[in-house]
Write a protein that binds this ligand. Structure first.
Ligand SMILES: Nc1ncnc2c1ncn2[C@@H]1O[C@H](COP(=O)(O)OP(=O)(O)OP(=O)(O)O)[C@@H](O)[C@H]1O
Ligand SMILES: O=C(O)C[C@@H](O)[C@H](O)C(=O)CO
Length: 337
């Protein structure tokens, strides 16, 4: 049994602030068929850090977001949704250069064969500037979440490093969800370099095996060994490194040398995307409640099942009683897949 040694400063008024992508998900209504045959979609707020922030807010955390939206109907839809979810949006600025809102069309061919078609040219979220990152929101928060896609281009890249600097200065813990989306990056080497530079500064690093492989492409772990992957970060700022393996569960390593495995729960899967975002929200929530790492991972895994059994990511983020109830029903064998 291990608890995290990360100190969340209880005197801070905000629990959680996320920085990065605010987008639109257009999820196929006609599921179990290819995009070519899909004609209608439902619109949701999307973008991995936005989904995680919404998840934290549903779990009862006091949250804020730092990002940039387009000066259009989609941008206003996103900000309005965050406001209604109780997320502080004073750190969300509006682009004035004519940039657009990123769109993610999801294709649900089958519960296990899902993909995302992205429209991300000239997107507003990547226009966030370092000078627009509100220092007081980060100073006031117990935990900052950064997400890899925001590192893909300037000026958003510098904005993330500015946020990391504020967090270090103000004793705000930092979590990094790797959230690697290849289409916004131009070179493999550039990707690995910036991911590694950011990860060095973070207390908690969460990613899939494939995402860590991307960071290790410059060498060091040919056997793709999870333990070797995690150990590297304990020489920097990390206290917890989590490597996710989809349906096969996840493994967390801690700086004190311990490791914890979490199995996945049964789920009636509609689509797989959103698993990572809900897992992150559930896990970070548990950690911030002072729970054991294993209990936090279990909570994240159950939150993921609720989201992958639903049509959306953001809108399906569960409340804490819903997650506890899901775990209970699994333990009683009531979820039959
Ligand atoms: N098919 C599944 N059934 C049950 N649980 C799942 C399934 N897929 C994922 N999960 C749960 O969600 C967690 C995170 O999933 P995964 O490793 O796929 O992350 P990810 O690749 O970041 O997700 P995303 O598809 O959102 O990008 C897993 O550790 C597991 O607990
Ligand atoms: O992260 C994105 O830009 C798309 C997401 O909103 C999408 O819902 C998803 O893939 C969640 O992981």
């Amino acid at each position: 049994m291990t608890k995290s040694r990360i100190a969340f400063d209880a005197s801070k008024p905000l629990d959680f602030v996320a920085i990065g992508r605010l987008c639109i998900d257009l999820n196929a209504n006609e599921i179990n068929r290819p995009m070519e045959e899909t004609v209608t979609f439902t619109k949701y707020v999307g973008g991995s850090p936005a989904n995680i922030c919404i998840g934290m807010s549903r779990l009862g955390q006091r949250t804020a977001f730092i990002g940039k939206v387009a000066d259009d109907q989609m941008g206003r839809f996103i900000t309005g949704y965050l406001d209604r979810e109780g997320i502080e949006t004073s750190g969300v600025t509006v682009d004035k250069t004519g940039a657009v809102t990123g769109l993610a069309f999801t294709e649900i061919k089958s519960p296990t064969d899902c993909s995302i078609l992205m429209y991300r040219d000239n997107v507003a979220d990547l226009k966030l500037e370092a000078g627009e990152v509100k220092e007081e929101l980060i100073a006031d928060a117990k935990l900052l979440l950064i997400s890899g896609t925001a590192l893909a281009q300037s000026p958003s890249r510098e904005a993330v490093f500015q946020a990391l600097d504020y967090a270090k200065r103000h004793g705000t813990a930092i979590a990094f969800d790797l959230d690697y989306r290849p289409y916004t990056w131009t070179s493999d080497e550039e990707t690995a370099v910036y991911y590694n530079l950011a990860a060095e500064k973070c207390d908690i690093i969460i990613g899939t095996r494939e995402e860590f492989d991307m960071m290790e492409r410059l060498g060091g772990n040919p056997g793709r060994d999870d333990h070797i992957t995690a150990a590297k970060w304990f020489h920097h700022s990390a206290d917890i490194v989590i490597i996710k393996h989809g349906k096969d569960g996840s493994i967390a390593y801690t700086k004190d040398g311990a490791s914890h495995r979490a199995r996945s729960f049964p789920a009636k899967v509609v689509k797989t995307f959103g698993a990572g975002d809900s897992y992150a929200a559930g896990f970070l929530y548990g950690l911030m409640q002072g729970w054991e790492i294993s209990a936090s991972m279990e909570f994240g895994s159950a939150a993921a099942c609720i989201v992958i059994s639903s049509h959306s990511c953001s809108d399906a983020m569960p409340t804490a009683p819903q997650v506890h109830d899901y775990i209970e029903r699994c333990l009683k064998g009531e979820i039959n897949v």
